[in-house]
Design a protein around this ligand. Sequence first.
Ligand code: NAP
Length: 323
Amino acid sequence: MSLKKVLIVNKSYPVVGFGVLLSGSKQNILQYLDYEPESLPEIKKNIEGCDALIWNTKHQLTPEILDLAGPQLKAVSSMSSGLDHIRVEELKKRGIALGNCPHVLDNAVADIAVGLLIGAARKFKAGIRELESGQWKYGVQWSTGLDIAGSTVGIIGLGGIGQAIVRRLKGFDVARFLYSGRSDKPQAKALGAERVPLEHLLKESNYVVLACPLTNETQNLINADTLKLMKKNSVLVNIGRGGLIDQNALYDALKGNHIFAAGLDVVTPEPLPKDHPLISLPNCFILPHLGSATIETRNAMASIAANNILLALEGKSMLFPAY
Ligand code: NAP
């Protein structure tokens, strides 16, 4: 059986993934490259003749790159849940198997969502700034934030991560969970979450959490118009993708205190330049895309990505096929 060439676009790909790839029935030739933005020319140079790719979210997987790889390319696995960086229809058209790594990251990302929600509602960023600049003040009105108990939480996208967020927040005595999405989720009943139209969710919620994919439909879902629907004392949390939010409109809403605060794990672009206006705002609590960044979760993702590839190279269905 001929050796297969697998290109891993990630120099810090967890070793557990290599183990899986090398345990295949036939030995595979592995090559790995960095996935920093400046490494794209190197990736393009080395991709010719690859049978499979383990791809990351930093680079768009475009038809041009697929052409450079060549017609033998059989399988692509993204080490992510979201697939907004991949032209899914194009791969499908070319008969290339595509898979991702959902579910294993639900808990880790939901933890970060809850962290952002508390951090934004309880003014972590403003407090830390004042602490670090010697401005720590006293007073019953100093640095007062918002309660979670008794609140309404609206989840936009009640998928794997959205459901894990609700499970966690149930321990916080939330009064009502709402969600919006394209379809009813059978799990919603057990979670006590009610499906409502987006507009209703935005008007009713004290906390709005974005946990949906970035698609043509969801691009700039949060914009000047939708922000106006939100309560003045509401908090926006985004663990989906930066492109879900029109950041200029968010800046205006936060600066003008039209909403209370935002907690963002994802932004556009990534990395966000340090002089970006959102960073200057004390009520915009930003994390550098830490959602799935735990040792256990990244190992599990690497293992799934590798298994997706091995299975596809053996002509079998991937663990998590995109179609
Ligand atoms: P998932 O299980 O596929 O869930 C996505 C949910 O979004 C589904 O319930 C889907 O509902 C819903 N949805 C789709 N289109 C929607 C729309 N227009 N409006 C509202 N909801 C919509 O995916 P997941 O694993 O939870 O991940 C969700 C997203 O989080 C990913 O796509 C990715 O962008 C992001 N993510 C971020 C991190 C991070 O590190 N911050 C990590 C993993 C994932 P329907 O079935 O009804 O369409």
